[in-house]
Design a protein around this ligand. Structure first.
Ligand SMILES: Nc1nc2c(ncn2[C@@H]2O[C@H](COP(=O)(O)OP(=O)(O)O)[C@@H](O)[C@H]2O)c(=O)[nH]1
Ligand SMILES: [Mg+2]
Length: 258
């Protein structure tokens, strides 16, 4: 039986990492964890090595420099597929994605769970991709400034409308993929480095016909450490989504220009 893998990307998450790894291991004991650290100056990578030494189900990949969330995930997905993990989950280190929501998400991936329809697949059937969603009934956000909630809702609505994405929460970073679904996505075509990566992946997922289901989750704003969200990351997402939306409306030959 293939094992699930929970991928946790980190950049300066020293205060959060031990707790989140313990919570993942508690919530889904059969899952392994892969920490993918971009040479965090605060020593998160060394802490990850200590956690891995104490628990064989915890693995670490060290990257030489901060290259963005998208690049870290693509690296991790390649590693996970090579090593035969299934399903593959993405989860932030900062506690915003509650590991306790994972069993419901994995149940929805297997089919037969009480999931919401994000305009996508029937939740009683197995899914290829499950999104832990803030913006479906039952989903929520705790401790977010109004400005950040507005940015997330607006970004999600803009991307969803322009790219006709089958999900209410198009920018969610809490996701579970079936391994063969991840294989079907052309990962080499995914170039977005920042948070637009989530939209880029979703667009590719829809393009290859993946069955996408949203499960409501409670997103909790981080207590420790700082967000790596920058104006540049938001701008990258807006520019790319707009360009894809325009390209998608062009005659066929230009359709895949990204
Ligand atoms: N490896 C790696 N992880 C990153 C990078 N940027 C952000 N992260 C991690 O990605 C997750 C989400 O980032 P966060 O700053 O919380 O973004 P926010 O939730 O959108 O404010 C956290 O676990 C971060 O440590 C990066 O460049 N490389
Ligand atoms: Mg965060």
């Amino acid at each position: 039986m293939p094992e699930p893998l929970v991928v946790i990307p980190t950049y300066n998450e020293r205060e959060n990492l031990a707790e989140i790894v313990a919570r993942v291991r508690g919530a889904v004991p059969e899952a392994s964890v892969l920490v993918i650290d971009d040479a965090s100056p605060d020593g998160t990578g060394a802490l990850a090595d200590e956690l891995a030494a104490a628990d064989p189900a915890v693995r670490v990949r060290h990257r030489p420099a901060k290259q963005g969330l998208g690049a870290a995930y693509l690296d991790a997905f390649g590693w996970a597929l090579e090593h035969g993990y299934d399903p593959i989950v993405q989860l932030d280190a900062d506690g915003s994605h509650r590991p306790e929501d994972l069993p419901a998400m994995l149940a929805a991936l297997a089919g037969g769970a009480a999931a919401s329809h994000g305009g996508g697949a029937d939740a009683t059937e197995p899914a290829d991709l499950v999104i832990g969603s803030r913006w479906v009934p039952g989903g929520s956000v705790v401790n977010w400034p109004r400005r950040r909630e507005w940015l997330s809702r607006a970004g999600s609505a803009y991307a969803r409308t322009l790219l006709r994405l089958p999900a209410r929460d198009a920018t969610a970073g809490f996701r579970a993929f079936r391994a063969d679904a991840l294989r079907r996505i052309r990962l080499d075509d995914v170039h977005t480095r920042g948070y637009g990566f989530q939209v880029d992946m979703l667009w590719h997922a829809r393009d290859v016909g993946l069955r996408i289901v949203e499960v409501p989750v409670t997103f909790v704003e981080r207590v420790h450490g700082r967000s790596k969200m920058t104006f540049g990351i938001v701008l990258e997402a807006i520019v790319r989504v707009t360009a894809w939306g325009v390209a998608a409306r062009m005659p066929r030959p230009n359709r895949r220009t990204r």
